[in-house]
Ligand binder design. Sequence first.
Ligand code: XMP
Length: 356
Amino acid sequence: MEKIVEEISQSIKKQAGDNPVLLLISGGVDSTVTAAILLKALKPEQVHLMYMDTGLMRKNETEFVRTNLEKLGAKNLHIIMCENEFLQALKGKDDPEEKRKVIGDLFIEIQGREALRLGLPENYMLAQGTIYTDVIESGQGVKKSYIKGHHNVASPLVDAKRKAGKIIEPFARFYKDDVRKLGLYLGVDETVINRHPFPGPGLAVRILSEVTKEKCDILREADAIFSEELKNRRSPAGKTLYDEIWQAFPVLLSIRSVGVASRSPADKEVPHKDIVHNAVIYNEDTHNDEVYNERKYGWVLALRAITSTDGITANVYPLEIRDLLEISKRITSSVKEIGRVTYDISSKPPATIEWE
Ligand code: XMP
C-alpha cells in the first residue's frame, strides 16, 4: 500500500509542480479519497476543494463533507450554496431526462463560473475523482448503450483542461474497492469509505415528477431514518444491514394515497375540514368518541435495498419483514407527510437501481 501511495503521490507532484490544483468534490468516496491523496502529495495551500450544495443532497451532507475534508487537512475549501438556483431551474420539470439535463447543465455552468471566481492563475490543474467504472460508463472506454444521462466526467471546463494536459485523475485506472482501501490507508473516515453510492443528480432522481423543496425535505428525512435504521440493525452474519447492503434509499413517488391519522382528544375541537381533501371521520372500530381519526392524503414512499458489486446488475436485498414493519412505522410516525411505505422487490434487470 505504501508503495502505491508513494507512486501516485510522485506522479501528482510531477504533474502539478507548483501550480494550484482545483478538485471538484461530490462528497462521495472517490472524490474524498482523491482529496486525501492530493493533500498528502502536495502542500495543503496548493489544493483548492470545491463543493456545491445543490439542495438535492442527503441530510446534513454539507457539514459532513466539511468535517471530513478539514480532518484530512484541507485549507482551501470552497462551499458553493446553490440550492435556490437548482430548485428554480427544476421548477415545472417532470420528465426524468429533462431533469437530468437541467441539473447537468447547471452543474457545468456553476462549476465554470465559480472556478473563475476563485481567481486561480490560468495554469491551474483540475483534479477529478474519476475511477475506472466512470471512464467505462461515460463511453470513453467500452461503449455502453444509453439508458440514463450521466454527467460525471465531461464538461467544457474539464474538456478544456484535458486538452491543455492539465487534468489529474489519480484513480482513473482503479476500481472502487482499491480506492476504498487506499482511502482507509490515507486516514479517510470509515463512515465515508463505507458509504453507499449516491447519484450525481442527487435526490432529484429519487423524486418522481417535479422536484420541490418540500419534497426534498420529506425525502431527506426519510432517507436519514432508513440509513440510521440499517446501521443499527444486524444481519444473521453479524454485520450491520447498512454494511451488508450495497445501496439502500427511499424514493418519493408522484402519487398520494388515502390514509388515516390518529388525533388526540385535545385536538378534536379543531377539525381540519377546511383543508382540501381532508375530512374528519369518526373511528368506527373503537367506538371511542375520545379518539378521532382524520382522513388525509399522504405521499407514497418506496424503500429500495439492493446487493451488487458494480451497479451494473443488482438483486433485491431480502430485508426481514419485521425490520420492514418497524422501519416503515418509524418513517410514517416521524415524517407526517408520508402516508404509505412500500418495498421495491425488483432486481436489475429488468428494473434499474434508481427509479428515474
Ligand atoms: P441505475 O439507476 O442506472 O444506477 O441502475 C446504477 C448506479 O449508478 C448510480 N447512478 C448515478 N451515479 N450519476 C451518478 O454519479 C448519475 O447520474 C447516476 N444515475 C445513477 C445509481 O445510484 C446506482 O448506484
